[in-house]
Design a binder for this molecule. Structure first.
Ligand code: PEP
Ligand code: MG
Length: 325
């Protein structure tokens, strides 16, 4: 790890025309943590908490969860970690939470839906996170939120746990930030109310693309109908960037596209300044952005959205080639 990151770690994460870009990591296991230091990433933009739950045969209790989250925070040191609450269901079912067969698992009982229907499960996880973060900053992110009312309901559970922590005389986090994934399209039509409530947002483009195009994220037969560089997707992301900038709410993106150099280039062109990706993507994405004139790309892309292309992939590739990206 040291070796593969040695060259890029010391280089500033700044575009050729001087725009600083925050690179964060997507992690899900303790063994991922050494990448944080080795890669020079600024923090963990997505910690997928479900992975430790999936490798066990029963639901981990509060003590086991607290220990695990505290170790993650210990390892991360002064770099921030965004913990996503349990995102199981769909393709990631737990043997000890019976869900029954579903005809459309991607549209089914998953993620925050399970947490809100079984609040004791979600509250145990939130209690564990709050305890683990005693005296240090904590960021909590909810997955699959489809409407502001769901965010409010999840936040209420967090507030209850915070109150309980204080009643027990335990030390609260030094700072608590609460946000949500943007991965269900309905939420995009409640942005003013959402932006007034959250401390940050992160786009889950894997699921968002699937739901926007009604095209299964894992089905090879529909893969050509699942392209995050399609104009519809880029237009909606651009509107989201503008809304977040206007409201002063930090926006990041943690779907796989953020870790693919061409897709990441497009994201910078529409205004993203924070990308969260799996560790092996840091080198290729950093190399890309250091050679990118983002102002030139922005101008190039402005003329493309309304042309009716199936995808802007080829045109973005040409831009990259012509501009030495
Ligand atoms: C996403 O949907 O883009 C995302 C980051 O979440 P996951 O891939 O875990 O569903
Ligand atoms: Mg998702």
């Amino acid at each position: 790890k040291e070796q593969i990151y040695a060259e890029i770690r010391g280089l500033p994460s700044v575009t050729r025309d001087g725009v600083p870009i925050s690179i964060q990591l997507n992690c899900g296991l303790l063994i991922d943590l050494p990448h944080l230091k080795a890669s020079g990433a600024e923090g963990i933009g997505l910690y997928r908490t479900e992975i430790p739950f999936m490798v066990r045969s029963s639901y981990p209790d509060v003590k086991a969860q607290t220990d695990l989250y505290a170790r993650i925070l210990d390892e991360a040191g002064d770099k921030p970690v965004v913990f996503r609450t349990l995102d199981v269901g769909g393709d990631k079912m737990l043997p000890y939470i019976a869900s029954g067969e579903e005809e459309n698992p991607a549209l089914g009982w998953r993620a925050i839906r399970i947490g809100l229907d079984h609040p004791s499960l979600l509250r145990q996880q939130l209690r564990s996170l709050l305890r683990a973060a005693a005296g240090r900053p904590l960021s909590v992110m909810f997955p699959m939120i489809a409407e502001v009312a769901e965010f409010d309901a999840a936040k209420r559970l967090l507030d209850l746990e915070l109150k309980r922590l204080e009643q027990q005389g335990l030390e609260p986090p030094s700072r608590l930030r609460v946000g949500t994934m943007i991965e269900v399209p309905s939420l995009l039509w409640q942005l003013p109310a959402l932006l007034a409530r959250v401390d940050f947002l992160s786009v889950g483009s894997n699921d968002l693309t699937q739901y926007i195009f009604a095209s299964d994220r894992g089905n090879p037969r529909t893969a050509t109908r699942y392209d995050p560089l399609a104009p519809a997707m880029l237009c909606l992301l651009r509107r989201l960037v503008e809304a977040c900038n206007d409201a002063g709410v930090p926006l990041s993106i943690c779907g796989e596209m953020a870790g693919r150099p061409l897709d990441a280039m497009a994201l910078l062109g529409i205004g993203f300044r924070s990308l969260s990706m799996s560790p092996p993507s840091v080198g290729p994405v950093k190399t890309m952005l250091r050679s990118l004139d983002v102002a030139a790309l922005r101008q190039y892309m402005a003329g493309l959205y309304q042309k009716g292309d199936h995808s802007l992939r080829d045109k973005l590739r040409s831009f990259a080639k012509d501009h030495g990206v």
